[in-house]
Design a protein. Structure first.
Length: 190
């Protein structure tokens, strides 16, 4: 199994490391990309993915909508639809009020001629849940034992050893010597 590398950057580099996770600062939020063994990136719930899905939906739309309205929830969508007399595209941030949507957002098209709302796409939350038991090669400690160790961080027996770890020039060091052949932190100060 390949080690996964993490990068914090302000823009996605032209050449990407294989088996890596990139966090890209983008205004007030960060987008994430994961690369495969060849360094090919896949977006993870980014605005680029959402924009591509919206563009795809708009390309197939034959109505005369000229804008995309963004509303908070289904009640706000329904209130907006009640005021419309033209076709429209509506992105609902929390579409869970729609019984066909389990969680996340949804994109709708409103057809004024028939006063009908069509759901075009759903976008689930990108929250990631990792089960402790699913971590391969992970520690044998339980989460409770780790929590206890963290709470004792300033008094446990290994504190003197941990205090000798440092970050020098984006490299992990122990007692002043570089650790391993590839332990490196790569950031762009954001």
């Amino acid at each position: 199994m390949a080690d996964v590398k993490f990068f914090k950057v302000t823009s996605l580099p032209g050449s990407l490391e294989p088996d890596a996770l990139y966090f890209v600062a983008n205004g007030t939020y960060a987008e994430s990309y994961v690369t495969d063994g060849t360094g090919t990136a896949k977006s993870l719930g980014n605005s680029a993915v959402i924009n591509a899905l919206i563009a795809e939906a708009l390309a197939g739309w034959s109505g005369d909508a000229s804008a995309l309205d963004i509303v908070a929830d289904i009640a706000a969508r329904d209130a907006l639809v009640a005021t419309l007399d033209v076709n429209a595209m509506i992105l609902v941030i929390d579409a869970t009020g729609d019984p066909t949507v389990g969680e996340g957002s949804a994109l709708y098209a409103y057809a004024a001629a028939t006063d009908t709302v069509y759901k075009l796409a759903e976008y689930e939350s990108m929250d990631v849940v990792v089960q402790w038991s699913a971590i391969q090669g992970g520690p044998s400690s339980t989460p409770a034992q780790i929590d206890n160790a963290v709470s004792l961080a300033h008094s446990h027996a290994n504190k003197a050893v941990l205090d000798e770890l440092s970050d020098t020039g984006n490299e992990l060091h122990y007692r002043g010597a570089r650790v391993g052949g590839g332990a490196e932190w790569n950031t762009t100060n954001w």
